[in-house]
Write a protein that binds this ligand. Structure first.
Ligand SMILES: NC(=O)c1ccc[n+]([C@@H]2O[C@H](COP(=O)([O-])OP(=O)(O)OC[C@H]3O[C@@H](n4cnc5c(N)ncnc54)[C@H](OP(=O)(O)O)[C@@H]3O)[C@@H](O)[C@H]2O)c1
Length: 325
């Protein structure tokens, strides 16, 4: 009698197992199918958004801006490339014109040269930018310079130069292009900020201040532009392997000219440019492109500011000591 009961319960369990496994498999395939469909639709929406869009990229002569130009061009965007170095822009344009095996219709980019740190030049450049295709869909405020120095040694001219390039320049260009976007009820402002727009590290005061100001301004802009259906994306990358540290300026305004180890170990600009493209295509509002450590630092600054400040003071002591030795 006991063995009959055991057999019955075993049979019952096997039947239950069979039913469960039969139900789980279709459910699993169903989930994977829905997820794949969702991804496919997202990709199609992104492509449709970027294909034929008029995209202005500042700082396209080098580093991240140059790579952004390549990925946006490959998706079929109509580009206006900006920078100060005409030759570098021409070289990039020639490179983009090289025929590639792609089904996407691509366009020859326009070039506009101007100095973002010069307000008059920004006004003139805006007129030229608008003449290229008649309107702008997406503005990528990418150009920027970095800085190395102690606050006590740094002249106000240097603080202003960094602020003019990284903050006032992008703000002036954005303000100049906004009226035409508002009129069309269509536009997207993208800004390449930095992890240093969220946290400040010692000996980078002017840079961190310019990026914090950038974050604040474009956060306000996002809220104000909602009624005009204009998107705002702030992207904050960690270290990228570009010439940023080489081109950085020091306390007296001279070129730093050193490729920092942190920069060498940074992400490839091609990879970051791909992430920028995805963030823009998905109309993300605020994106951090970094490893775990910078993420933790950002949370630490908010949740345990005392500890964060102590760590930064220790970092300053360590850097000063290694410079003195
Ligand atoms: N590399 C990193 O680790 C890192 C990390 C976080 C954020 N970022 C940000 O990424 C952006 C791109 O920097 P990158 O790393 O690609 O550095 P990069 O290779 O030095 O490129 C900087 C670009 O900005 C342009 N630029 C500089 N000053 C300008 C001015 N006054 N007027 C017009 N254009 C100017 C330069 O063009 P011309 O010299 O031809 O004018 C160049 O194309 C910057 O906003 C930077 O703050 C970089």
């Amino acid at each position: 009698m006991v063995s009959l009961n055991v057999r019955r319960s075993l049979l019952k369990r096997r039947i239950m197992d069979l039913i469960t496994s039969m139900a789980i498999l279709p459910l699993l395939f169903g989930c994977v199918g829905v997820f794949s469909l969702f991804k496919l639709l997202q990709q199609m929406r992104m492509k449709a958004y970027l294909q034929d869009a008029v995209v202005v990229i500042t700082g396209a002569t080098s580093g991240l801006g140059k790579e952004c130009a390549k990925v946006f061009h490959a998706t079929g965007a109509k580009l206006v490339l900006c920078g100060r170095n005409r030759e570098a822009l021409e070289e990039l344009t020639r490179d983009l014109a090289t025929p590639r095996a792609t089904k996407v219709q691509t366009y020859k980019p326009y070039m506009v040269t101007f100095d973002l740190a010069d307000p008059d030049s920004v006004v003139g450049a805006t007129a030229q930018i608008l003449q290229c295709f008649g309107y702008v869909d997406i503005l990528v405020n990418n150009a920027g310079i970095s800085y190395r120095g102690t606050i006590t040694d740094t002249t106000m001219d240097v603080d202003k130069r960094v602020m003019e390039t990284n903050y006032f320049g992008p703000v002036a260009l954005t303000k100049a292009l906004l009226p035409s976007m508002i009129e069309r009820r269509q536009g997207h402002i993208v800004v390449i900020s930095s992890i240093q727009g969220k946290i400040s590290i010692p000996f980078r005061s002017a840079y961190a201040a310019s990026k914090h100001a950038t974050q604040a301004f474009f956060d306000c802009l996002r809220a104000e532009m909602e009624e005009h259906e204009i998107e705002v994306t702030v992207i904050s990358p960690g270290y990228i392997h570009t010439n940023l540290s080489l081109n950085a300026i020091t306390a007296d305004g001279s070129r730093y000219g050193v490729m920092d180890e942190t920069t060498v170990q940074g992400r490839s600009p091609t990879e970051v440019a791909q992430d920028v493209l995805t963030a823009v295509g998905k109309k993300k509002k605020d994106v951090i492109l970094a490893d775990l450590l910078p993420y933790l630092a950002i949370y630490l600054r908010t949740l345990a500011p005392g500890l964060f400040f102590s760590l930064m003071a220790a970092r300053a002591r360590k850097e000063r000591k290694s410079k003195d030795s």
